[in-house]
Design a protein around this ligand. Structure first.
Ligand code: ZN
Length: 312
C-alpha cells in the first residue's frame, strides 16, 4: 500500500495478464475509508486483502465498484464479507455485470455476435473461450447500492465516463479524479462494441473525454499505471489518438464489403493471440460504427452478417 496524495492510499493487486497489475484506492473520510475497486477474485484474494488492510487506521466504510470488468469487480463479494462494508455500483454497470457474469448464456450471445461480425467458426470458439477463463475469478456483490451519475459518495461526485465500459463511473473531488480505466497513462483504454451494449461506445468515449477536460482536475488516479498529473492533456491525447484511428479505419474500407473481423487485420496486424483478437474485433467495431454515424462508412446487414464499405 502506498500514499498518492491527499491522504489517499493505493493498493496494487496482481493480474495474471497484461498489464500485470490493477490499482484499488482508499479514500479517507470521517466515518472511515471508501475503497474503490477490488481486483480480480483470485483464489487468495481474501487473504491478500486481509493483509493489505491489516495496518489501516480505521474501518472500510463502503466499497465502490467503478465498472464490471473482472479486475475491478472480481473480489467485491470477498471484500464485502471481509469488511462488512456495503458495496455501491453504477446502476447501468450493475445491470451489465449481472447480464455478463450472472448466469445468462453469455457465451452463446458472444458466439452469435462474433458470427454476425464475420469471425470464422473455429476462431469464434477460441475467442469465446478466452472470455470464459475469467468467470471463476468473478465474485461480484449481488444487490449493491445503485449509483447514478451526479450522486455523491462521501463528498466525491460520481461522473459518468462511458466508453471503456458503458456504465463506467469516475469519482471527483477537490481536483482529484479517481479515473479507473477511463484515463490511463501510456496505455490506451480499450473501447469496444460488445453485444447488448450502447450502440456508439467510441462516440460516448470522445464525449466523456471532453467532459474530463471540463473537470480540469489536477491529478487522475488510474486503474493501471502511474497517477496522471495533467488529466486534461491526457484526455486531449486520447481524443487525438482515436481521430487518427478513425482515419486509419476509414482508409481500410473500399467498395468490397468487409466485416469487422476482416478490418481488424489491417488495423491490429495478422499475428494476434485469441485474447487480443477478441478485443481487436470489438475495438474495430466501435470505430466502424462511429464512422457509419459520421457518414464515413456504409454499414450493411443481411443474412450473412454485418459488413462495411466506403460510402461511395
Ligand atoms: Zn476495464
Amino acid at each position: 500500500m502506498d500514499e498518492v496524495g491527499g491522504g489517499i492510499r493505493r493498493v496494487t493487486l496482481p493480474l495474471p495478464t497484461r498489464p500485470g497489475h490493477v490499482h484499488a484506492y482508499l479514500l479517507p473520510g470521517d466515518d472511515g475509508w471508501t475503497l474503490v475497486d477490488t481486483g480480480l477474485g483470485l483464489p487468495d484474494a481474501r487473504e491478500r486483502w486481509a493483509s493489505e488492510l491489516e495496518g489501516l487506521p480505521g474501518r472500510v466504510a463502503r466499497i465502490v465498484v467503478t465498472h464490471f470488468h473482472p479486475d475491478h469487480v472480481g473480489a467485491a463479494a470477498d471484500l464485502a464479507e471481509l469488511t462488512g462494508a456495503p458495496v455501491a455500483q453504477g446502476r447501468l454497470d450493475y445491470e451489465q455485470c449481472a447480464l455478463v457474469w450472472g448466469g445468462t448464456d453469455w457465451a452463446g450471445v458472444l458466439v452469435d455476435w462474433f458470427h454476425l461480425h464475420g469471425v470464422p467458426d473455429d476462431v469464434t470458439r477460441e475467442l469465446v473461450e478466452q472470455g470464459s477463463v475469467w468467470r471463476p475469478f468473478i465474485r461480484y456483490q449481488p444487490d449493491p447500492a445503485l449509483l447514478d451519475p451526479g450522486d455523491h459518495v462521501d463528498g466525491w461526485r460520481a461522473v459518468a465516463a462511458p466508453g471503456h465500459a458503458d456504465g463506467q463511473l469516475t469519482l471527483v473531488k477537490d481536483g482529484i479524479l479517481v479515473a479507473a480505466d477511463h484515463l490511463l497513462d501510456r496505455i490506451t483504454p480499450t473501447v469496444g462494441l460488445w453485444p447488448r451494449s450502447r450502440p456508439d461506445p467510441l462516440g460516448d468515449y470522445l464525449d466523456a473525454l471532453e467532459t474530463t477536460i471540463t473537470l480540469d482536475a489536477r491529478l487522475a488516479l488510474p486503474g493501471h499505471g502511474e497517477p496522471i498529473p495533467d488529466p486534461s492533456t491526457r484526455a486531449r491525447e486520447l481524443i487525438a489518438h482515436h481521430h487518427d484511428r478513425l482515419a486509419v479505419t476509414e482508409a481500410a474500407l473500399g467498395a468490397e464489403p468487409r466485416s469487422a473481423y476482416d478490418v481488424s487485420f489491417p488495423l491490429f496486424g495478422d499475428d494476434l493471440k485469441p485474447a487480443a483478437r477478441r478485443f481487436a474485433v470489438a475495438e474495430t467495431l466501435s470505430h466502424l460504427e462511429r464512422l457509419s454515424l459520421e457518414g464515413r462508412s456504409r454499414r450493411v446487414e443481411d443474412d450473412r452478417g454485418v459488413t462495411y464499405t466506403s460510402p461511395e
